[in-house]
Design a protein around this ligand. Structure first.
Ligand SMILES: [Zn+2]
Length: 536
């Protein structure tokens, strides 16, 4: 074995193709089936594919793949390529990345992009301006109309039995307090007869308070095992016995406001999403301050607060937009590669990990493509859309049947920060092989842990062309979408902020997406099962 062969043999990468129910999204959850390991080996400058179908033996082999990945982590730019476009995209993406600068503007200055808010539209406009400045044609296309709510200052002060500024924020779409705020007593939710008649002008603690706000990992480490288990049991029963009170009944009873807390299970993190109320202002309080109010109320110490929610719901709904940018294909203009990420976010943090990173990845990928591959064979479109957090689609496919007819590939990313380690969702025959073919010539440092391909297992989602959802993972390929403490720390929390992003990985993924788009565009094969008519 020569030097070169030895070098390449040592960088074997493994992509495990399998279906596994490992995520709380139902459509990705399927029974164990069709486990395929694709491994490819760089050999004397050529890539040789070894395709091994293991069927139901995946468990043993899955563990084997973990070991193989652990032993073959590839560091640094390890591939020199004769393809000048790959080389240029790689160098620009990894050495002159704009990802961090762009992310700082989006996440710090524009901030979170709650669906339908002025900030959501400001982000659409900033994207169009940015693409246009780079010479990439871009536009905002209306998709839907939605609630037009503006967040203003919100806060809560404890006034009695002592004074303290509480860690509190109005939920998205919360009704406002009267100007200047409102002061009232705080009471525990109850379901006893006649209780509703006592709550007028008061604040109600709607959700069960935590018995402590220390993460389980801390208990597991420091507590006696039996005491840790007892704490967990007490926590479970406290939430089970808490009364469920109908918000509309509280509003009808004239409450001053509704207090909630949805502790995410980590230090200082709350999941803060949307209010269900239409009249009473609704606030989230940190685990610590919410349980403080609950203890004061429980012990008859008469907590009283002053709350301000200076927010505004416009009387009319406002348009949502898809930002579309496009590099027109020269050989097959009616065949399309779509790069997609959702622009909207929840708004108690900055919407950095969910899905500011996806937005920046697609934006930076387009910059790289424009620079190194401005005249693609096939048309490359980026689609940045809103409403994802409300389980709506951006309607892009419905509004552009011509793009679906000519689809060569769709690449999406909504998995936070972290190197890409999984590809989820291929559902058409041959999709997994197509992805393996496209990724094979690319610098291995872009996927330091290798890539596992996990088909959707549901052929009814096949759009006749491959749809690849790129997911981050950790070194162990433990699960997808959990890298960098996605849960509990950033996903929909008040800590989803710019500082949580690993920009090394963001650069890698933007570069990877640009290169996959390039490979998809240049492919001699049309991936669509029924090739589109290029001459309308
Ligand atoms: Zn998301």
């Amino acid at each position: 074995m020569g030097d070169l062969e030895r070098r390449f043999a040592s960088v074997e990468k493994v992509a495990t193709v399998y279906s596994r129910c490992s995520m709380p999204y139902q459509h990705f959850c399927h029974s164990l089936r069709n486990y395929v390991t694709l491994s490819y080996m760089a050999y004397s400058g050529q890539l040789m594919f070894r395709i091994i179908f293991f069927g139901a033996l995946f468990l043993a082999l899955g563990l084997g793949a973990h070991t193989a990945i652990a032993q073959n982590v590839i560091n640094g730019p390890s591939v020199s390529t004769a393809d000048s476009v790959i080389g240029r995209i790689y160098l620009e993406g990894m050495q002159h990345s704009h990802a961090e600068t762009l992310a700082q503007v989006l996440m710090d200055s524009i901030g979170p992009r709650l669906t339908g808010t002025p900030a959501n539209r400001a982000a659409n406009n900033w994207l169009v301006r940015t693409y246009t400045a780079w010479g990439i044609p871009a536009r905002n296309e209306q998709s839907r109309i939605y609630r037009n709510w503006t967040r203003g200052p919100s806060r809560i002060e404890l006034m009695a039995p002592r004074v303290r500024s509480l860690e509190a924020t109005a939920l998205a779409w919360s009704p406002a307090t009267p100007p200047g705020g409102v002061t009232g007593d705080v009471v525990l939710a109850r379901d006893s007869a006649g209780w509703l008649e006592t709550v007028r002008g008061k604040f109600v603690l709607l959700t069960a308070p935590e018995i402590n706000c220390r993460p389980d990992s801390s208990w597991a480490r420091y507590a006696l095992p039996a005491e840790y288990q007892a704490m967990r049991a007490a926590r479970d029963s406290a939430s089970r016995v808490w009364p469920v009170v109908d918000i509309s009944k509280l509003e009808a009873a004239g409450v001053a406001g509704i207090l909630t807390s949805k502790w995410a299970g980590g230090w200082g993190v709350d999941k803060i999403i949307g209010a269900q109320a239409t009249i009473a202002p609704v606030f989230d309080l940190s685990c610590e301050d919410y349980s403080l109010l609950a203890r004061l109320a429980t012990h008859g110490q008469h907590p009283r607060i002053h709350a301000v929610a200076d927010v505004h719901m416009a009387p009319k709904e406002a348009p949502l937009y898809n930002t579309i940018a496009e590099l027109k294909g020269t050989e097959h203009p009616n065949q399309y590669i779509i790069l997609s990420a959702h622009l909207d976010s929840w708004d108690s943090g900055s919407g950095a990990i969910d899905d500011g990173t996806g937005t920046i990845i697609m934006l930076e990928a387009m910059r790289l493509l424009k620079l190194a591959y401005p005249h693609p064979k096939r048309t490359i479109i980026v689609e940045q859309w809103s409403g994802e957090e409300q389980w709506m689609s951006g309607l892009f496919h419905q509004k552009h049947p011509e793009v679906v007819r000519g689809l060569q590939a769709e690449l999406t990313q909504d998995s936070g920060t972290g190197a890409i380690g999984y590809v989820i969702g291929p559902s058409c025959p041959g999709d997994s092989m197509t992805f393996a073919r496209w990724v094979a010539p690319l610098p291995t440092s872009l996927i330091p842990y290798g890539i596992r391909i996990q088909p959707s297992g549901d052929t009814t989602t096949c759009r006749y062309a491959p749809s690849f959802e790129l997911y981050s993972s950790d070194r162990d390929h433990d699960r997808y979408s959990t890298a960098w403490d996605y849960e509990p720390y950033t996903y929909h929390t008040n800590r989803d902020t710019f500082d949580k992003i690993n920009f090394n990985d963001l650069k890698r993924t933007a570069t990877l997406v640009a290169l996959l788009a390039y490979e998809a565009s240049e492919d001699h094969h049309t991936t669509r099962l029924q090739p589109p008519d290029d001459h309308p």
